[in-house]
Design a protein around this ligand. Sequence first.
Ligand code: ZN
Ligand code: ZN
Ligand code: ZN
Length: 151
Amino acid sequence: MKPNAHKHTHRRQELSALTGRLRGQSRKITGPRAAILEILRNHPHPLTNKEILAALTRGECDLATIYRSMHLLEKMGMVKRFDFGDGTARFELVGEGEDGHHHHLVCTKCSVVVEIEECFPGEIERRIAAANGFKAVTHKLEFFGLCPGCQ
Ligand SMILES: [Zn+2]
Ligand SMILES: [Zn+2]
Ligand SMILES: [Zn+2]
């Protein structure tokens, strides 16, 4: 595998730029939404709704509000949903003008998450598309293993 055009960089975004994007789409910057964006901005790996709730100051919002906010932010392309195969949605902030496509390496013992910058060469998708008569083939993929501390 070699890196492709979907290079994933973790540059921290300014909260003002994020709330500006919300405003640009004429959405109200509710306290909870700004608080959720601030938590995601300070966290380099995908978070579950429950982890977001735990990181919020007590009483700022409830799980139902987070659930609705994540749904909205996902629809706006500001967060990306990841699936680690355990039935729990995880969310990560997407940089402006990026599609957020990248992968993770997850420890099956302690659940530590490593951001993976590599992706398959586009040639593989083109070949799979051509062989099956498909168009616009894409992929979702996460890696699992034992981290150095758990070996
Ligand atoms: Zn581990
Ligand atoms: Zn990630
Ligand atoms: Zn990929």
